[in-house]
Design a protein around this ligand. Sequence first.
Ligand code: DSN
Length: 424
Amino acid sequence: MYKDTAVFNLIHKELERQRNGIELIASENFTSLEVMKAMGTVPTNKYAEGYPGKRYYGGCEVVDEIEQLAIDRLKKIFNCSWANVQPHSGASANAAVFLAVMKPGEKFLGLDLSMGGHLTHGSPANFSGKTYHALHYGVTKEGIVDYEQLEAKARAEKPKMIICGASAYSRDWDYKRIRAVADEIGAVVFADIAHPAGLIASGLLNDPFDHCHIVSSTTHKTLRGPRGGIIMLRHDFENPWGLKDPKGNLRTMSSLLDLAVFPGSQGGPLEHVIAAKAVAFGEILSDDFKSYGKQVITNAQAMAKAFVGRGYNLISNGTDNHLMLIDLRNKNITGKKAQETLDKAHITLNKNAVPFDDKSPFVTSGIRVGVPAVTTRGMKEVDMEIVVNLIDKVLMNAHDEKLIESVKEEVKGFMKQFPLYPEL
Ligand code: DSN
């Protein structure tokens, strides 16, 4: 029987990389072993186009129960009336929202990618910017969402949809204000909470569901589940915008979104991943998860303070959530060089454009730093000081290969205090 050693050796190598490094990519996390176990199971063998109770193939009675459990748990987490757990990723979830709400060429308004937004919020390189007419708002020079600009553009251009949410924004959102202007012009408000979802689930940030018509997220960032996407509605509503399905029938928002996921943009759902989502949602409903969310925010604030204490320039001067964006221009190092040099010391983060950046997206003036993953590994405020010291040492000595090698060894020793998957 064929037995693969090449792939499993590489997977083990990746495990060691994760164990020995400090993971600060704001969109990454470590799932529980239970979540991973669920992913490697037999529902991967099953085709189940459709939804629980309404499938195209036979033999779906068990995956129906799995998917329904995931839906029910997710609805409980966010106090929703409807949820779809099938999107393969956050980008797929967002593609389905566009498909349900917009016709090609129609206008929508989202945060500019260069100001912290996401590719699927209208980047010219993405389906959202290629298929629809993307308009953008930005942030002020203080680094806060420019709500006045958003309102002015909304009133002038009358987009069909306004997207709130970001990939590199460290402050909370004023969803109520966005909804108010959307109501003036009759627009749909769509919140992409992929980054802060876990903090929202724990009640630690403003609740988008009160004001936004549609909410999407990934499941693998602060929600600490498997890689995937979800779409939710708190209130399924009659469809005041007169949105129609592909056959021209008026439908409720939930049924338009279900149709947009399947058959609109996906085929068979990944039921093994949906099983893992259900496990993660069960974990989120526990009290432990709320303490995790609180520690994420406490750690992010401790880290922000430590960076500011060493003269780093934080966009918006701090953070409300799990991440911070740092402008490195006063430190004479680009985002690219910072990322590459820190990588050599096994400290992983990403270069990131800062608002009004004068460098290309491939170089950038900044870095994005997030704490969800290190918090999962058990780090507390005092550890944030240590991590910032290590980062500062590397960035201030970026050409000293010997020193960077010694930091790498220091990082490896430090991370032994925070075991990762000791069972594996
Ligand atoms: N790639 C994700 C991030 O890093 O924020 C967004 O999809």
